[in-house]
Structure formats: structure tokens, C-alpha cells
Design a protein around this ligand. Structure first.
Ligand code: ATP
Ligand code: MG
Length: 366
């Protein structure tokens, strides 16, 4: 037979709850789609979250972080569960994910919000507003008010308690995430809307200045600016106007959650966390869903679409990514739905069967 012409190392971190179920499907789909483009993978499956706590006593073992750092890309499931809910903070499964993001230095978080034509009615917005929405939030992930110094508590001169945080951005922190957004826009509709509060905040004034400067490197990409209050309103009023939204850590946190609700289906939304070089982290935005774990009910499409992002943004393998995206659309077209996206007249399937249908679709489009 013909041997694959390109091989990549993938760190596979299934985690807890439905994590292993959705990762199993995504791995099969990734393998098949990529093999048709002459791509092969070597996987290293490692424990993280609650699974790692049970095995090793910590949520992110050194070996797991090392395997992630040495890989070409990381596919992550989900972590957490009732079993570890009462653990102290440093022994919570979720701490493993924060440590992983920090250890990898992934400073740009990409979250698409796509309203699939077959699932328009799942949107919280009216059909005519929701139809055709296809935007991407690029959120700065390692700076801003969540990390800025000084921070803390103190007592004022008149004895009152004060809590304080500081919004801090250095020019290079803005430049690097801006470049991720502009590169991303090139793979989409070529438009970046930078969101800030430059009418009030100094860090936002610098943000706007740096983003404008970086835009000069991308003459083919159209740049606009919007204040965050207006952006929140526009996102609900007319979300179709957006292609790529570039914003800081705290605004991105809020806007990306709002954008995901426009689509109405948590089981459909992937994400990527990137840096300029080094492996990216790809994961569904949903959690470990302990209420449905082990019942073959999970929607694997968010993780399958995360695998497509891994190909596109992590490895630059856009053709293989397109095969996966096409299979998702085709499978939805045929009416297959897991419980979370089910509507009358559709064919209800479990996690595994959804995976089998995706493979059939990829096979039929060889
Ligand atoms: P996090 O770990 O981010 O705190 P959470 O506990 O807020 O997550 P999830 O674990 O994402 O929330 O679950 C929220 C709800 O959505 C649950 O009822 C869960 O069953 C459902 N859900 C989440 N992901 C999926 C999926 N892939 N398929 C079907 N249902 C899902
Ligand atoms: Mg949870």
C-alpha cells in the first residue's frame, strides 16, 4: 500500500465524563478524513483531569504536559465530575485544564459561532436573524485584567474594604493575538472587527493603536473597530455582520459565551487555543456532562469540529479539515441528531452511531 506522505504526533487527552466517548468518535473521523489526504498520525493518549487525579494524584501529571508540549497538536475532551466536586481547588480536575493552557502558553482562544442551516431553530434568536451566522471570536487568553498587577484587597483611609484589579496589556501581547486574528480572517471572509473600550480605558487605547498598526501587515484584510457595549448589542441585533471578532481577555470571555448562545447548541461548538509556534490545544466548549456520561448520548460533533480546527489551524491541513466539515453538514442534512439537537421528524442517534454516519459520509465523498 501507499504510506502516508505526512505524519503528525497528536496528544490525545480524553479526560472525564463524556470526554472519552466524544474523543473516540473524533479520533476515528480525524484518522479517516486525514488518510484520504495522505496524512497519518501517531497518538499519545494521556490522562488529565479527574482521570489523572485517580491515577496519579494530580490533575495534570508532568508526563501529560510533556507529551502535549512535544506533540504537533493536542485534542482534548472534557474534564470534571461529581466525584471530585468537593476536592480543594488545586486538586480539582478543572485546574488541570488551566495548568495545561498556561504550560502551553496558548494566548489566543478561537471560538467559532456557526448557526448550521439544519439547526436554525435551536437558536435563541429569530430565524431571519440567526440564519447564516458564521463568526469567530478571537479572545486574548493570557493577559488583561484577569492577570494584571496590582490586584488584591485593601482597606481605604476611612476603613472601607476595597477589592481591585488592573487591566494591563503590553504592545507585544496585543500584536501577537492581533496577528492570529488577521491570519484567521484570511481563511474566512477577510474581515476583522476589533472590540475595545477605547473611549474609557488606557489599555484599550493601546489595543486600538496596536491593532491598527498590525493591520498594515494585512492589506487584504478589512479592519473595523467597535466599543464593547455596542458590540454586545450588535451581536444580538445583527450577528451576520461579523466575520472575525478580535478582543481582550475579559470582553472575549463575555462575548464568546453570548455568541455561543446565538447558536443554541452547546454540543456543536469547537474551540482552539493557539500561540505563534508550538502545538495548539483543540477542544469542545462543553464540559464533561456527567448527567449523560456513559450512556452513549453525547453529541460528538463539537469534538469532531475541534478535530477539523486542529487540521486547519494546528497543522495547516485545510483539505482534510474540509472533508470533516462537509461530513458534519451532510450527516445533519440526512437528519441524524443526538438528543441535544433533536427535533421532530429527525432520526435520533447515539454518540457512536453519529460517528458511524460521519464515516459513511466521508467514505461516500472519496
Ligand atoms: P463546565 O465543565 O464547562 O463547567 P458545565 O458543567 O457548565 O461545564 P456541561 O458539562 O457542558 O456544563 O453540561 C451542561 C449541559 O449540557 C448538561 O445538561 C449536559 O448534559 C449538556 N451537554 C454538554 N455537552 C453535551 C454534548 N456534547 N452532547 C449533549 N449534551 C451535552
Ligand atoms: Mg461542569
Amino acid at each position: 500500500g501507499t504510506s502516508p506522505s505526512r505524519r503528525y504526533n497528536i496528544a490525545l487527552l480524553p479526560g472525564d465524563g463524556i470526554g472519552p466517548e466524544v474523543i473516540a468518535v473524533a479520533k476515528d473521523v480525524l484518522n479517516f478524513a486525514a488518510s484520504l489526504e495522505g496524512i497519518g498520525f501517531d497518538y499519545k493518549e494521556m490522562p488529565v483531569g479527574g482521570a489523572a487525579l485517580d491515577l496519579t494524584g494530580v490533575p495534570l501529571p508532568d508526563e501529560t504536559l510533556l507529551a502535549a508540549k512535544e506533540s504537533d497538536a493536542i485534542l482534548f475532551g472534557a474534564i470534571g465530575g461529581y466525584k471530585w466536586d468537593d476536592n480543594p481547588k488545586h486538586l480539582k480536575p478543572e485546574t488541570g485544564l488551566l495548568q495545561l493552557r498556561k504550560g502551553l502558553g496558548v494566548f489566543a482562544n478561537l471560538r467559532p459561532a456557526t448557526v448550521f442551516p439544519q439547526l436554525v431553530d435551536a437558536s435563541t434568536l429569530k430565524r431571519e436573524v440567526a440564519e447564516g451566522v458564521d463568526l469567530m471570536v478571537v479572545r486574548e487568553l493570557t493577559g488583561g485584567i484577569y492577570f494584571g498587577q496590582p490586584r488584591g484587597f485593601k482597606t481605604s483611609e476611612n476603613g472601607e474594604e476595597i477589592g481591585f484589579n488592573t487591566e494591563v496589556y503590553a504592545a507585544q501581547e496585543i500584536d501577537r493575538v492581533a496577528r492570529v486574528a488577521f491570519n484567521n480572517a484570511r481563511k474566512r471572509q477577510g474581515r476583522v472587527c476589533s472590540v475595545d473600550k477605547a473611549n474609557v480605558l488606557e489599555a484599550s487605547i493601546l489595543w486600538r493603536k496596536r491593532v491598527t498598526a498590525i493591520a498594515a501587515e494585512y492589506p487584504d484584510v478589512e479592519l473595523s473597530h467597535m466599543y464593547v457595549d455596542n458590540a454586545a448589542m450588535q451581536l444580538i441585533r445583527e450577528p451576520k455582520q461579523f466575520d472575525t471578532i478580535l478582543t481582550n481577555n475579559i470582553f472575549g470571555d463575555i462575548l464568546s459565551d453570548a455568541a455561543s448562545m446565538i447558536t443554541g447548541s452547546i454540543g456543536m461548538l469547537p474551540s482552539a487555543s493557539l500561540r505563534e509556534s508550538g502545538p495548539g490545544l483543540f477542544e469542545p466548549i462543553h464540559g464533561s456532562a456527567p448527567d449523560i456520561a456513559g450512556q452513549d448520548k453525547a453529541n460528538p460533533l463539537a469534538t469532531v469540529l475541534s478535530a477539523a480546527m486542529l487540521l486547519k489551524y494546528g497543522l495547516g491541513e485545510e483539505n482534510a479539515a474540509k472533508r470533516i466539515e462537509a461530513a458534519v453538514l451532510d450527516t445533519l442534512d440526512k437528519g441524524f441528531r443526538t438528543g441535544d439537537i433533536y427535533s421532530a421528524g429527525c432520526k435520533r442517534v447515539g454518540c457512536k452511531e453519529m460517528g458511524e454516519e460521519l464515516l459513511k459520509s466521508i467514505e461516500s465523498h472519496k
